[in-house]
Design a protein around this ligand. Structure first.
Ligand SMILES: [Mg+2]
Length: 198
């Protein structure tokens, strides 16, 4: 049987929040440290966090705004193994990140402060400012695969002929039949890093 060669590193792009960045860890930590509110990861069963937590929408919005405008200052961390896997991929092809975030500069600074300098320089970042319409950017940037945690985005991508890969979280569990991974080591297994190192 012919061996599956895996995905070329230059053909796959990544969402930022809850894919590259551990946004829910930061949300849960800030809720506890600064507002005294205990949230467990399993409680977050909806992408619209205000729909599943008994926390004031004003506080939820305040925490997310902090992570949007000042991710570095609020200690937003990369997901486990994300930096290592993306660093390996970056030796083969530029990295592409496409986020719904409205502000590019704070997330650009976050990438710069969390990745080795050459990896950061060899990356592309699009801040769309809206949740819908990702397929257009994914296609324009020449990608065939995209890793995202939002089911609606993955449905849109699939309709546009792009292969979505869902990063598994409680809010997307059981809500789709797309390819899915639950860690960066699982992403690494799908990508043929060594084949393309020259
Ligand atoms: Mg996301």
């Amino acid at each position: 049987m012919e061996r599956d060669k895996g995905i070329h590193p230059g053909l796959i792009g990544f969402d930022i929040d809850c894919v590259v960045a551990d946004t829910m860890e930061a949300f849960i930590r800030l809720a506890m440290d600064d507002y005294g509110i205990k949230v467990s990861p399993e409680d977050i069963t909806s992408f619209q966090v205000e729909n599943c937590l008994a926390v004031s929408p004003r506080i939820i919005e305040e925490i997310f705004v902090r992570l949007l405008v000042a991710p570095v200052e609020n200690g937003l961390q990369p997901m486990p193994d994300a930096v290592a896997v993306l660093t390996e991929m970056s030796a083969c092809a530029p990295l592409t990140f496409i986020t719904a975030r409205p502000e590019r500069e704070p997330v650009d600074r976050w990438l710069e402060s969390n990745f080795p300098e050459d990896v950061y320089r060899n990356s592309r970042l699009v801040a769309m400012g809206k949740h819908d319409g990702k397929a257009q950017y994914v296609r324009e940037l020449g990608l065939q695969y995209f890793v995202d945690d939002r089911v609606e985005t993955c449905i849109e991508l699939a309709k546009a002929g792009i292969s979505p890969i869902v990063f598994a979280h409680p809010w997307n569990r059981g809500r789709h039949s797309f390819a899915s991974i639950d860690s960066w080591l699982a992403i690494k297994q799908r990508i043929s890093i060594n084949e393309f190192v020259s």
